[in-house]
Design a protein around this ligand. Structure first.
Ligand code: ATP
Ligand code: MG
Length: 144
């Protein structure tokens, strides 16, 4: 899975009408879209997705934010996808994000930071299957 990653355009991205701009920047950086949908996460689904953060002090606020409106998960493909995508989005806190990165351009705060990117190949595989069945993906080896 080293060429796959999961992005989520978070609720602030959707609310602020930035889906088009952010998606264009992702595609212009060489990522191919294998799956894309708009969903409103339930608390249960968000808890499952962010399970690794459940002991962190910001966990409850994170769940509130991620369930505050629709978001757009996108299954992406590119050589070295996980690392290249995290470079494209920039640091978690937009104040520390490099010039030209998506978070530097559009994020409001360390919490409302526009976009998610998987942090490892293993998590990319899990996260893609959190949102997409095999049939919903372009790269499903002819199972449509
Ligand atoms: P993501 O997993 O969304 O790509 P990340 O890997 O850069 O972000 P994580 O440490 O995994 O950062 O945190 C997950 C999300 O939790 C962040 O993207 C942000 O929305 C929120 N978050 C992280 N740290 C804080 C914090 N100190 N205060 C508030 N919210 C935070
Ligand atoms: Mg993370």
């Amino acid at each position: 899975m080293s060429n796959k990653t999961l992005a989520i355009l978070k609720p602030d991205c959707v609310r602020n009408n930035l889906i088009g701009k952010v998606t264009a920047q992702i595609q212009e950086a060489g990522f191919k879209i294998n799956g894309l949908k708009m969903v409103h996460l339930t608390v249960d689904s968000a808890n499952g997705f962010y399970e690794v953060h459940k002991e962190r002090p910001f966990f409850n606020d994170l769940i509130k934010y991620m369930t505050s409106g629709p978001c757009v998960p996108i299954a992406l493909e590119k050589e070295n996808a996980v690392e290249d995508f995290r470079k494209l989005i920039g640091a978690t806190d937009p104040a520390n994000a490099a010039e030209g990165t998506i978070r530097k351009l559009y994020a409001i705060s360390i919490q409302e930071n526009i976009v998610h990117g998987s942090d490892s190949d293993e998590n990319a595989a899990k996260e893609i299957s959190h949102f997409f069945s095999r049939k919903e993906l372009l790269d499903n080896n002819g199972w449509n």
